[in-house]
Design a protein around this ligand. Structure first.
Ligand SMILES: Cc1ncc(COP(=O)(O)O)c(C=O)c1O
Length: 383
C-alpha cells in the first residue's frame, strides 16, 4: 500500500515523487517494492552506501549501550573519532569540534575566524553555497540567500568570481577575517576550483593574516580523491568543515582546525548539546573504517574516471567537470529534463544551480557495473 501524506509536513523541498522504504548499497527500495539506482547518494551522504552492515551494527550496538550523554562527560567514541579524523587530514589540521550539520560546522568556522582575527569581513566565491544559518547565508551566493541574510542584519560577504586568481588576491585585505571556499562547488554543479585559485587564496590569506576555510561538506570525506579535498588539491587551509558523508546518514558536522586557530579557545567558547553524541560518532567511526578497509577513496577515483570517460563520449554532454565521485555533466539541454527521464528508468541524479548541469554524487562504493547501468541509461536518454 502506498503511504499517504497528511499535509502537515511543510512542503519546502523539491522532491522526487517516490517513497523510499529501505536501502542497501547504491540502491533504495520504494513502497511498491521497486528498486532505484541512487546516483544522487542521498545528497552525497551515503558514503559507504545505504545501510552498510558495519555501520548498522555500530549504530545498533552503541544505541543499546548508551544512546546519548552530553559533552558534560567524556566519551571514548567522541575522542576516537576526533583522533581518526585528525589522522586523515593533512598536518597541521588536527583539532576537531563536533556539531550536527554542515551549516553549523561552517557557522563555527566563520565565528572562529572572526574571533581569532578580531575582524568581521568575509570573502567567498561566486557560486558558493555554505548553508542556511544566518552567517552561512551571508556568505552564500544567490539573491534569495543574500536577501534572507539581510533580513537577519548580517553583513554580506564580498563574492569573488569563480577561479579568478587575481580577483581573490585583490579582494583580501587586512580587514578580512576569512576566505571561505568549496574546493569543488557542490550546488553550482560540481565545479572544481583550479589548484592555482586555491593557492592564490592561501597566499592572500597568509599575506593579510586572514583565515582560509575550506567548506568540504559535499566534496570531503573521500569524495574527491583523498579523505580531504585539502589533500587532493595540495592546499592546506586553517580550518575545514565536514558533514554529509561523515556518518553515512546520521547527523554530524565537524570543524577541523590547526592548533594555531584553537590555541586561545577556553571552556565554553564553542558548544553543542548533540554535537559528537555517542551514536553518530559510532556510525562515523564504522563508516570511515569501511572507507579505509574497502579502499573506497580509490574506488571513487576509479569509478569516477570510468563515468567521466564514458560521459565525455555521449551525445548531448558538452563537458564533464568535478572530481572523483562529485561529477557535473554539462549538457546541451536542460538537466531537469534529463533527470526526469532517468527517473523514469528508476535512476536518481541531481540537478544544480546551473540549469544545464546534471550532478552525480553516488556512494563512494558505486561499482563499475552500477556505473555502466548509469551510463547506458544516460546514452538512451540523451540519444
Ligand atoms: C558545500 C555545502 N556546504 C554546506 C552545506 C550545508 O549543510 P547542511 O545542510 O548539513 O546544513 C551544504 C549542504 O548541501 C553544502 O553542500
Amino acid at each position: 500500500m502506498p503511504t499517504k501524506s497528511t499535509g502537515a509536513w511543510l512542503p519546502v523541498y523539491a522532491q522526487f515523487p517516490l517513497r523510499a522504504v529501505s536501502g542497501q548499497g547504491s540502491w533504495i527500495v520504494d513502497d511498491q517494492g521497486l528498486k532505484w539506482l541512487d546516483a544522487y547518494g542521498g545528497h552525497a551522504v551515503a558514503a559507504t552506501g545505504h545501510c552498510h552492515p558495519d555501520v548498522v551494527r555500530a549504530i545498533a550496538e552503541q544505541a543499546a549501550r548508551l544512546i546519548f550523554y552530553s559533552t558534560a562527560i567524556p566519551h571514548a567514541g567522541r575522542e576516537e573519532l576526533a583522533e581518526l579524523i585528525a589522522s586523515l587530514c593533512p598536518d597541521p589540521l588536527g583539532k576537531v569540534f563536533f556539531c550536527n550539520s554542515g551549516a553549523e560546522a561552517n557557522e563555527n568556522a566563520l565565528g572562529l575566524a572572526r574571533k581569532v582575527t578580531g575582524r568581521q569581513r568575509i570573502v567567498s566565491v561566486q557560486g558558493g553555497w555554505h548553508g542556511r544559518t544566518a552567517a552561512t547565508l551571508a556568505v552564500t551566493d544567490g539573491a534569495k540567500y543574500e536577501e534572507a541574510a539581510r533580513r537577519s542584519g548580517i553583513p554580506l560577504s564580498t563574492k569573488v568570481p569563480f577561479n579568478d586568481v587575481a580577483g581573490i588576491g585583490a579582494a583580501v585585505d587586512d580587514t578580512v577575517a576569512a576566505v571561505i571556499v568549496e574546493p569543488v562547488q557542490g550546488l553550482a554543479g560540481a565545479r572544481d576550483c583550479s589548484p592555482d585559485f586555491l593557492r592564490a587564496a592561501r597566499v592572500a590569506c597568509d599575506r593579510e593574516g586572514a583565515v582560509l576555510i575550506f567548506d568540504e561538506i559535499q566534496c570531503g570525506v573521500g569524495r574527491c580523491g583523498a579523505f580531504s579535498a585539502a589533500e587532493a588539491f595540495e592546499v592546506i587551509p586553517d580550518v575545514l568543515t565536514f558533514a554529509k558523508g561523515l556518518a553515512a546518514g546520521l547527523p554530524i558536522g565537524a570543524m577541523v582546525a590547526t592548533p594555531a586557530m584553537t590555541a586561545n579557545l577556553k571552556i565554553g567558547d564553542l558548544g553543542s548539546t548533540f554535537g559528537g553524541g555517542p551514536v553518530p560518532c559510532a556510525a562515523a567511526i564504522a563508516n570511515i573504517e569501511v572507507i579505509k578497509r574497502d579502499r573506497l577513496i580509490e574506488n571513487a577515483v576509479m569509478v569516477g574516471d570510468q563515468i567521466r570517460r564514458a560521459a565525455e563520449k555521449l551525445a548531448g554532454v558538452t563537458e564533464v567537470i568535478g572530481r572523483g565521485l562529485l561529477i557535473g555533466l554539462v549538457l546541451d539541454r536542460p538537466a531537469a529534463d534529463v533527470q526526469a527521464k532517468l527517473f523514469e528508468s528508476r535512476i536518481l541524479t541531481g540537478t544544480s544551480g546551473d540549469p544545464r548541469i546534471l550532478r552525480l554524487m553516488p556512494p563512494l562504493s558505486f561499482s563499475r557495473t552500477e556505473a555502466n547501468l548509469l551510463i547506458d541509461a544516460l546514452r538512451r536518454v540523451l540519444s
